[in-house]
Design a protein around this ligand. Structure first.
Ligand code: XMP
Ligand code: MG
Length: 183
């Protein structure tokens, strides 16, 4: 679905499909240099990272494996608490692997900092993070994100995997949700 198809639900268009694809291509060239000659394990965080994982994996000229994790942040309201529960664990053994966590967005950074520590404790050769989007709050927690697609304003965004109440994940671009949708 295109951003135009839900124009009334969006306050602003942040990223078009073309802009996202262009940036993923740029990041892929960096990743190809950084992991030349190695086999990378991409770990996607369900469900938001599905789109960025699919596009990144197909853009990369590297032998890769893909695996998936689903986690949920406990806590009341919309803020993540940093207490994370694994809903679906990896199928892969991480021993000696070069791992790249693929995330849709880093907001407070609490989820990713927990995930990073968790995967690092499994004997991987390296664990790095790619986040398509980063909000300014992320700077408050020290999460080393190696690859960032876009820094965005501190607004609730949907599309390209990101949802509001499980809607809008299938938008080809990213937009700011209009307040009337959740009011
Ligand atoms: P942290 O722990 O970094 O949480 O605060 C990141 C997770 O919060 C969700 N999130 C969003 N989801 N639009 C969304 O659809 C947003 O603007 C947004 N900001 C944060 C998301 O699940 C992410 O993995
Ligand atoms: Mg997510």
């Amino acid at each position: 679905m295109k951003l135009d198809d839900v124009a009334d639900d969006l306050e602003e268009i942040l990223l078009t499909e073309d802009a996202i694809h262009e940036r993923i291509a740029e990041l892929s060239r960096e990743i190809e240099k950084d992991y030349a000659g190695e086999r990378l394990l991409l770990v996607g965080v369900l469900k938001g990272a599905v789109m960025v994982m699919a596009d990144l994996a197909r853009e990369l000229k590297l032998p890769i494996n893909m695996d998936w994790m689903a986690v949920s942040s406990y806590g009341s309201g919309t803020q993540s608490s940093g207490v994370v529960r694994i809903l679906k664990d990896l199928d892969s053994d991480l021993t000696g692997r070069r791992v790249l966590i693929v995330e849709d967005i880093i907001d407070s950074g609490l989820t990713l900092s927990w995930l990073l520590a968790n995967l690092q404790s499994r004997g991987a050769a390296s664990v790095d993070i790619l986040a398509l989007l980063r909000k300014p709050d992320a700077a408050k927690v020290d999460v080393p994100v190696r690859y960032v697609g876009f820094d965005i304003p501190n607004k609730f965004v949907v599309g390209y995997g990101l949802d509001y109440a499980e809607r809008y994940r299938n938008l080809r671009g990213v937009g700011v949700l209009a307040p009337h949708v959740y009011a």
